[in-house]
Ligand binder design. Structure first.
Ligand code: FES
Length: 98
């Protein structure tokens, strides 16, 4: 179990190991999408790239980047993730809409 801290929103939520970051955010009314992503996101399929978040702390407590992420985030810093592809296994700090 771990806490997910959403830095911008100043909110901490508890997550069981194996929780999906996108779902956890949505369940707690954390907005991970910019306006365009709100209308066009792929619903967590790893196809749209709009669910990008920045990991401020706790990278080691997340699943490895998937091939999809490596492809979509090629030009982004290493601590950027697609929330829908990210599994949380411990404490982590997340910056939404980086
Ligand atoms: S929701 Fe589309 S890539 Fe994550």
């Amino acid at each position: 179990m771990g806490n997910i801290k959403f830095v911008k929103e100043n909110k901490e939520v508890i997550a069981a190991n194996g929780a999906n970051l996108r779902l956890k955010a949505m369940q707690n009314n954390i907005d991970i999408y910019k306006l365009i992503g709100k209308m066009t996101n792929c619903g967590g399929g790893g196809n749209c790239g709009t669910c990008i978040v920045e990991i401020a702390e706790g990278m080691e407590n997340l699943s490895q980047r998937t091939d999809t992420e490596n492809r979509m985030l090629k030009k982004k810093p290493e601590n950027y993730r697609l929330a829908c592809q990210t599994v949380v296994n411990g404490a982590v700090s997340v910056v939404t809409k980086p």
